[in-house]
Design a protein around this ligand. Structure first.
Ligand code: ARG
Length: 280
C-alpha cells in the first residue's frame, strides 16, 4: 500500500511539473507573438504606414520650386515639385498625406525619432547623411548656384570673386558646407531661405548659395536679384533624393519603384515644369 501511495505521489509530481512546464511554454510563445506584433507595426515601415492609413512627410517649405508656401484659393498651402511627388507616393501607397513643415536641419532627426516617415526637401544624399538615414535613388539632378543683388553684377562674376564675401546659406545644408570652404568668406547661416533673400535684397550680405533652380526661382520673383551665370559650385552631390529612417529598406525599395514609375511616365518632368510655372 505504501509503495502504491509513493508511486502515485511520484506520478502526481511528474504530471504537475509537466503541467507547469507546459504553462510556461504557452506563456513563452504568447510573449514572443506579442513582441513580433509590436515590431511588425513600427509606424514608419511600409506596413506601418499602410496600417495607420497615412504617411507623415517632413519638408522645409522655403525652397521654391521644390516646396514653398503659397496662397491657394485664399488659403496658405505648401506646394511645389516635391509636394507633387509626395502626393503621388501617398496615392500609390493608398494612404493620406500629412505634411510637416520644419527647419531643414531638424528633418533627419525627425526620421530618427520616428516622428516622420519620410523626408522630401530638395535634399542631397551625402556620405554623412547616409550614416543617419536611408536615401532613395536621385529623382532630380541639381547643381549649386550663386544668387546676388543686381547691383553686384559686375563685382561677382567668377568663383574667385566669392573670396572674402559675405555669403548667406541655410543652416545644415550642403551649401553651408561649400560656403565654408571659400577663402575668407564670412558665412551667414540662417534657418529660412526667405530670410537669406531678404538679407540679399537689403544688401546685408553679398550673395547666397542655393540649388540653381531655386536661385532662379527667387530671381524670377525678385526683380532686384539675379543668378551669376559663371559660377557653379560643387558639393559632391549629384542631385536630390528622398530620405527615410536608417534601415527602413522595404520602404526605400518601394519608393524607388514609385519614383522610377513616375519618371517613366514623364510625371517627374511634368511636375517640375508645373512647379516652375507657379513663379512666373
Ligand atoms: N540641397 C541642399 C541640401 O541638401 C539644400 C536643401 C534645402 N532644402 C529646403 N527645403 N530648404 O543640403
Amino acid at each position: 500500500m505504501k509503495k502504491k501511495i509513493s508511486l502515485l505521489m511520484v506520478l502526481i509530481l511528474v504530471l504537475s511539473s509537466l503541467l507547469v512546464a507546459c504553462g510556461k511554454n504557452n506563456e513563452g510563445t504568447a510573449n514572443a507573438a506579442e513582441k513580433e506584433n509590436t515590431t511588425e507595426v513600427e509606424s514608419y515601415t511600409l506596413e506601418g504606414i499602410k496600417k495607420k492609413g497615412k504617411i507623415i512627410v517632413g519638408t522645409s517649405a522655403d525652397y521654391p520650386p521644390f516646396e514653398t508656401h503659397a496662397l491657394v484659393d485664399g488659403e496658405d498651402q505648401i506646394v511645389g515639385f516635391d509636394i507633387e511627388i509626395a502626393k503621388y507616393i501617398a496615392d500609390e501607397l493608398g494612404v493620406e498625406l500629412e505634411l510637416v513643415d520644419m527647419d531643414f536641419d531638424k528633418l533627419l532627426g525627425g526620421l530618427e525619432t520616428g516622428m516622420l516617415d519620410m523626408v522630401i526637401a530638395g535634399m542631397n544624399p551625402t556620405p554623412e547623411r547616409e550614416k543617419e538615414a536611408n536615401f532613395t535613388d536621385i529623382y532630380f539632378e541639381t547643381t549649386h548656384s550663386v544668387l546676388i543683388h543686381k547691383d553686384s553684377a559686375s563685382e561677382i562674376t567668377s568663383p574667385e570673386d566669392l573670396k572674402g564675401k559675405s555669403i548667406g546659406v541655410q543652416i545644415g545644408t550642403t551649401q553651408e558646407e561649400v560656403a565654408k570652404t571659400i577663402e575668407n568668406a564670412e558665412v551667414l547661416s540662417l534657418n529660412l531661405n526667405a530670410d537669406i533673400v531678404m538679407n540679399l535684397k537689403t544688401k546685408k550680405i553679398d550673395c547666397a548659395v542655393m540649388e540653381k533652380v531655386v536661385a532662379e526661382s527667387f530671381a524670377k520673383a525678385n526683380d532686384d536679384l539675379m543668378v551669376v551665370e559663371g559660377i557653379t559650385l560643387d558639393s559632391g552631390a549629384e542631385g536630390v533624393a528622398i530620405a527615410v529612417k536608417k534601415g527602413n529598406d522595404e520602404l526605400t525599395e518601394k519608393l524607388n519603384e514609385i519614383l522610377a514609375d513616375a519618371k517613366a511616365k514623364g510625371l517627374i518632368d511634368k511636375w517640375f515644369v508645373e512647379a516652375n510655372e507657379l513663379y512666373n
